[in-house]
Design a protein around this ligand. Sequence first.
Ligand code: PLP
Length: 496
Amino acid sequence: MDLMYRSTRNADNRATASQAVLKGLAEDGGLFVPERIPELGIALEALADMSYQETAYAVMKQFLTDYTEEELKYCIRSAYDVKFDTPEIAPLREADGAHYLELFHGKTIAFKDMALSILPYLMTTAAKKNHEEKEIVILTATSGDTGKAALAGFADVPGTRIIVFYPKNGVSAVQEKQMVTQKGENTCVIGIRGNFDDAQTGVKRLFGDAALGETLASAGYRFSSANSINIGRLVPQIVYYVYAYGKLLKDGAIKPGDLINVTVPTGNFGNILAAYYAKCMGLPIDRLICASNENKVLYDFFRTGVYDRNREFILTSSPSMDILISSNLERLIYRMAGDDAAENARLMAELSAKGSYTVSDAMKAEMKDFTSGFATMEEVSSEIGRLYAKTGYVLDTHTAVASCVYRAYRGQSGDQTPTVIASTASPYKFARSVMEAVDPKYAGMDDFGLIDELSRISGTKVPQAIEEIRSAKVLHDKVIEREQMEASVREFLGIS
Ligand SMILES: *Cc1c(COP(=O)(O)O)cnc(C)c1O
């Protein structure tokens, strides 16, 4: 029997995995969640010798049950190939007593590639399976990394178009350059005057606009999402936690059944939710350590049970985590409420009406697997400098948030459990903040000068993704007000 998915806001709204992938967001504004979390279904010992692709198949087949073996293997084979600069796909690097899981070896050098290199295959396969004739329009809000990874995945994929909205002054120079130089007839990149939450809220509104949906349908289009609200993003992200466990076994750092901790630099709560799902599948994970930057809405939530986005939005050196409305937290809330869609819908309505909600003590108690912490920009900067001075290993600013939070946690708790830190971006993507952290003398150097210097001091090759943008032409220069998002979508699709 197929594993079915349900909206977090309406238990009667059910879909197969492929339908949920195709839809992205449920019609009622909820997020699709599996009706139950499947078991890992594989002996832990076996993980040590499995390739990334084999691990991906073992995990994904448990969730995406209406895809055939052939379909799923085709998607996996097409996604995790030479686009990645190492056959390991996600190498694990030990530095100063922590295990950094490098998720940035894909095309756009951020962890978003882990899921977005397979999502286009999952989606076009889903379209075929469900006899979807309409052209799929991927509508995406990005805090910097999803945009480029989604563009790279969907560019020139037949039967799809992709529109990306990013906060004009809220991404790094490299992130912006990567997006605005994107080729492909079916791509559209637009800067908005606002922050990531404005972009994400605007996109969700377009999804929820029934009249717009009808206009689109009659013009032969349907919307879908490449954001982590799409279950097709979340499931591929579970894979690398299972894979990391196998690597630790292989390296002799743990024995089968030993517990590990996982620390994740968190924004929209997608990546850490995937780790939680891995735990629910039976992977021996003890603590899930949720690391925030100064936009520490999640840190406050885990401590107090009050989610409150009514606060100043801070632009930090880890822009991909500059988020006050963490979409995927809704999936955890739903589960902590005992899969109660009505209760979840009530809390989400409060969030949209007053910007805050409070969970019950019982729900708060359910969240005991999570530990939270946050790091300031100064702490991030000194962690990058410290680790480089001690080991020669260079972290990006997001991974450094997690590294700080983990080390503070270990110091306070004395917990010596082997810990995997999700390393979510290449330092090359945030070369300015990273190099200034390594040595203040780099302030004032131009962006590509910094990149070459980073290559020299770290002894790593400048990634292809960076070489590509050195001299690339800007192809997208549109900047709009938040209110103009719908008009821009209509214009790109040629509908009035
Ligand atoms: C997106 C992103 C994050 C946050 O991940 P979520 O799944 O949104 O919590 C952290 N670091 C980097 C580099 C990212 O691109």
